[in-house]
Ligand binder design. Structure first.
Ligand SMILES: [Zn+2]
Length: 140
């Protein structure tokens, strides 16, 4: 896209110079005198060259702007892609697994603390009021 526009600009400059040369050749002929008016020829040629050069500069600067825009857009795309892909996903996964694990731990340990205590010897759930298990094991 950018290189195409630059090629068009260069071609326009060359064609402009050739075109102004042809124009000057035909415009410089003095029909009445039958000879060549060199002032008109050179003047026409110079105007043609200047006009084609101005167009060349405009086209070239447009291609430069397009090139810059393309570069900026690519940079923005890279910046947008990288943070989305890498950083946010793993922490959410870790926090989720952590919270679920802590929730499971709470559900396991929570009711036993409130309802009673598990005997380390036989595994029976005893009341908090009972300090000794039915198997004879003391709570503490
Ligand atoms: Zn017991």
């Amino acid at each position: 896209m950018k290189s195409q526009c630059k090629i068009i600009a260069i071609v326009e400059l060359i064609l402009g110079v050739i075109g102004s040369f042809i124009l000057a050749k035909s415009a410089g002929i003095n029909v009445y005198a039958g000879g060549r008016n060199w002032t008109t020829t050179i003047f026409t040629f110079l105007i043609g060259v200047v006009v084609s050069y101005v167009f060349f500069v405009v086209l070239y600067s447009i291609s430069e702007i397009m090139d810059n825009q393309e570069y900026i857009m690519k940079q923005l795309e890279k910046q947008q892609e990288n943070p989305d892909a890498s950083s946010p996903a793993p922490p959410t996964k870790i926090s989720r697994s952590n919270s679920s694990a802590s929730l499971l731990g709470e559900t396991k340990s929570g009711p036993t603390d409130e309802e009673g205590w598990l005997c380390p010897k036989c595994g029976r759930l005893n009341q908090n009021s009972a300090s000794v298990c039915s198997c004879g094991k003391h709570r503490f």
